[in-house]
Design a binder for this molecule. Structure first.
Ligand code: FE
Ligand code: ZN
Ligand code: FE
Ligand code: FE
Length: 173
């Protein structure tokens, strides 16, 4: 693809995000399964639902632009998912694994927040206000997911992983 206009770049960015979101639809159920607390599992389950909606929103965007959605593979998300697998494939202390899963998942959310931010800015410059609105909805979900993971980590998981949380004694034999 030749990048001759901002529109060309926007389409490439959107295809990259589309590829990334599709990888996440496959990855999030594995994160949910590995999570050791109900709260964390629920966060991933909810974000899976949102991610499916994000794919649908992008389908809408491509339809509005009269463009196909395929053709780009997000190599960054491929790498980030591979990093989550490094933890998902291992055994260990539940809290330490949870902390690792959250750290990996937050890298994913930050990538997405950044990707939607650039796409939104380009779409705004091109006067595509309906598309800006749709991209913004998804970006807000990514931001909320990231904040929620921070909260779960700092309120409980990290301290448990550090062995300083009072529930540690009850949780381990
Ligand atoms: Fe997403
Ligand atoms: Zn997401
Ligand atoms: Fe990418
Ligand atoms: Fe996300």
């Amino acid at each position: 693809m030749s990048f001759d206009s901002l529109q060309d770049l926007l389409i490439h960015q959107l295809r990259d995000i589309y590829s990334a979101e599709q990888m996440l639809v496959k990855a999030l159920p594995k994160l949910k399964e590995k999570a050791s607390t109900e709260e964390l599992a629920k966060a991933f389950a909810e974000h899976l639902e949102e991610t499916e909606n994000q794919v649908a929103r992008l389908d809408q965007v491509f339809e509005m632009m009269g463009e196909r959605s395929g053709g780009v593979k997000c190599r960054a998300m491929e790498g980030l998912v591979a990093e989550t697998d490094e933890i998902l494939d291992e055994d260990g202390n539940d809290a330490v694994l949870d902390a690792g899963i959250i750290a990996a998942a937050q890298r994913v959310e930050h990538y997405e927040i950044s990707a939607y931010g650039s796409a939104k800015a380009f779409a705004a410059l091109l006067g595509l206000s309906e598309i800006v609105k749709l991209l913004n909805e998804s970006q807000e979900e990514e931001t909320a997911a990231d904040k929620k993971l921070s909260l779960i980590a700092t309120a409980e998981v990290n301290a448990r992983a550090a062995g300083t949380h009072p529930s540690m004694a009850a949780k381990t034999a």
